[in-house]
Every structure is written in C-alpha cells, then in structure tokens.
Design a protein around this ligand. Sequence first.
Ligand SMILES: Cc1cc2nc3c(=O)[nH]c(=O)nc-3n(C[C@H](O)[C@H](O)[C@H](O)COP(=O)(O)OP(=O)(O)OC[C@H]3O[C@@H](n4cnc5c(N)ncnc54)[C@H](O)[C@@H]3O)c2cc1C
Length: 391
Amino acid sequence: MSERGTIAIPIAIIGAGSTGLAAAIALAKRGFDVRVFERAERLDALGAGITLWSNALCVLRELGVAERLIARADPLVRGETRRVDGSVLAAFEFVGLAREFGAPCIAVHRGVLQEELLRACSAPIEFGAELVNVREGSGGVELEFGGGRRERAALVIGADGVRSRVRAVLGGEEPVYSGYVAYRAVQAFSRELVPSGLAFETWGAAKRFGALRLDAENVYWFAALDAPRDSSDTRRRETLLAHFGGWHAPIRELIESTPEQNVLRHDVIELARPAELARGRVALAGDAAHAMTPNLGQGACVGLEDALVVARAIERRGATAEALASYARARRARVERVARDSRRAGRWGQIENPALRWMRDAALASVARPLLARMVRKTLADGIASLTALD
Ligand SMILES: Cc1cc2nc3c(=O)[nH]c(=O)nc-3n(C[C@H](O)[C@H](O)[C@H](O)COP(=O)(O)OP(=O)(O)OC[C@H]3O[C@@H](n4cnc5c(N)ncnc54)[C@H](O)[C@@H]3O)c2cc1C
C-alpha cells in the first residue's frame, strides 16, 4: 500500500479491455508512466467477432498494431443488407472506404484484438485488481481496490466497460435494455459457404441475421431478436432455426453446424446518453463512457478513438485535470452522434410492423441507398477528424 498523500501512480487506467489497453499503449509511447488495473485474473479470448472500421485502423496504426491485425484478418470488401430471400436491399464497398481513408476495414475475433493490444502494451498490468471506489482529493485521486488495498494516482481513466464502477462512483446512469438480444458465434466454415470479403446482414420482422468471414478458417455469425429483458434460452439453436431456418442460404447451415455451446446470447444494453467524460482528475472512456448498441459495429472503434485522444490531450497539457477537460470537450459531440445513429439503425433493423417494413425496404432499395453509404462514410470521416480535434 502506498503512503497516504504520496502519488504512487502518475496515470492509472481501470480496465484492460480494448479501450484501456489502447490508452495505455498510447500514453506509454508518449513517455508517460501508466499502470493498468484489471479485475479479471487473466484475459481470456471471450466474445465473438468484431468489425474494426477505418477509423479504428487509423488509431491501431498509430499504436503499432494495425499491420499485425490486418495480416491475421480476412479483408472486408463488400457489405450487403439483404431481404430474407437473399436479394440485396443496399450495398456498400469496404474497399472504397479503405482507399478513401487510407486504412482498411477488417473483422477479427475479439481475442485476436486483445492479444495484439496486450503484445504492444509495455505498461504494467495488474490482474485481479478490482476497483471498488475512487475519490478525488487535493492533488490526487485515491483508488480503493477489493481487499482494502489503496493507491493514489495523479489521473485516472475509467475504461471499465458498460457496468463501469468508475462511472457509478461519479454518479453516472445505469445502462438500459435495447429490447433485443444478440446471439453470436464463431465457427469454422468453408469459403464455398461464406466467401472471403463479403459481410451480409439480412433484415426480417423485428429480427436480423448476419455473417462474415474472420480468417481462412472461421466465420462470425450473429442474430438479433426482440425478447424480454433478462430472459434465458436453453435451446438457442432451436430458437434461431425457428426464426431464421427459412431464410436464404447459408443461414440454416450456419446455425445447424454450430454446436449449441458455441452460441453466445446477451441482452443488448446501452447508456441512454453518454456519461460525463471527465470530472476533475477522473475521465471515462470506451463503453464506460458511452456503451452503445452494436448496430453500426462502432462501439470498440469509438473507444479506440477515445484512447488516442485522451493520450494526445495529456501529451499536450500534462497529467492534469485540464487535459481531461480538453479530452471531454473534444469527444462529447462525436460519441453522442455515433451512439444516436447506432440506436436509430437498430430501430430500423428491428421494425416489426409490415407496412413500415415495406416502406423501409422500399426506401433502402432506392432513395436511402446512397444515404446509407454516405452515413457510413461520414461516421468514419468524423471519427478520423476527431482524432486531432483537441482545443
Ligand atoms: C453483440 C455485440 C457486438 C459488437 N460488435 C462490435 C463490432 O463489430 N465493432 C465494434 O467496434 N464494437 C462492437 N461491439 C462493442 C464492443 O464490444 C465494445 O464497445 C468494446 O468491447 C468496449 O471495450 P471497452 O474496453 O471500453 O470495455 P470492455 O471490453 O468491457 O472492457 C472493460 C474491462 O474492464 C474490466 N473491469 C470492469 N470493471 C472493473 C473494475 N471495477 N476494476 C477493474 N477492472 C474492471 C473488465 O474486466 C474488462 O476487462 C459489440 C458489442 C456487442 C454487445
């Protein structure tokens, strides 16, 4: 335990998810003394696939991990929104985005992202360190961990995820339920079944199913279904086959050939509005600050943006409250916008009413087609511009 009044840690990061690790790498690269505290005893390759768009790749490139990730991923070439018969409602070219923004869009297993970030992180990480309280005093922040251990830090970045303890201590809100659950799996499938480069998402009545290839061997598939909060499902494949079994190929085969125990199922939760991003010497980043629905595949990408911007703010203004205030000003509008657009995309995708669905599909197949592509481009362009938008 450090002596009371002594600042033992210049910068403490709570949570070793993608946001926390990225912030640690970015700060260590700038010569800051930083320590990461992670509740888990070790980082297991949990979760499923994750899409990393050009905005995230720009950050990852600066952190020195983009090239290794690109080498391990199957490049995304074309994205399609489909009808249940497989016909295409709208499409966009990932390769065009890569050209425009100078960085590709890829999908990897979450464990691969974690592994590459861990490899690049030179800052010390303490596992089994669960933060329970954080209190700002004169000239520093007192951190309390499980077991009663205390530390003092000059600055704290709470990157402790959607159920952030740091956010709770600051009086932030609890996440709310979106109304739908996500089923996800990663499983080996041939390129004949799911070709390289193609990501599709098929829209039905209050349900969606999508798939894309992660690498030479593995395919990531996912589904969204309306369901009551905290409901359980002990026969996940049966449920999915009942909903999606009659949809276009290869959906039935993807579900049937994935073992039941490989199918994850989670309530999709989000923060109704982003939390206050900084108060004094404590900042929030990633899901802790702005957990959003996964409809744009941008949650982790925006967390990576946060990580780089907070490091740049600290580089500019030192490990001070002013640096965190500047970070908060730079990020507020950006995170609000992506979270809002993601929620809207989910509402569109989950429409149940047949007349409204017909109108949605007609719009998507005609006037809304270029709008969709424009929205994707704007999301990435704004994200990349936001990386250097500090005052
Ligand atoms: C179904 C689904 C699909 C998604 N798909 C995509 C996608 O395709 N693309 C994309 O960009 N995003 C996607 N996301 C969002 C993405 O997963 C998250 O935004 C991202 O993982 C958040 O990273 P994080 O580091 O901020 O938080 P987390 O990954 O939650 O990490 C937080 C870390 O903090 C630790 N921690 C928690 N509490 C404490 C504590 N008290 N003390 C110490 N440590 C603590 C945790 O153990 C954890 O390691 C998806 C989300 C879902 C639910």
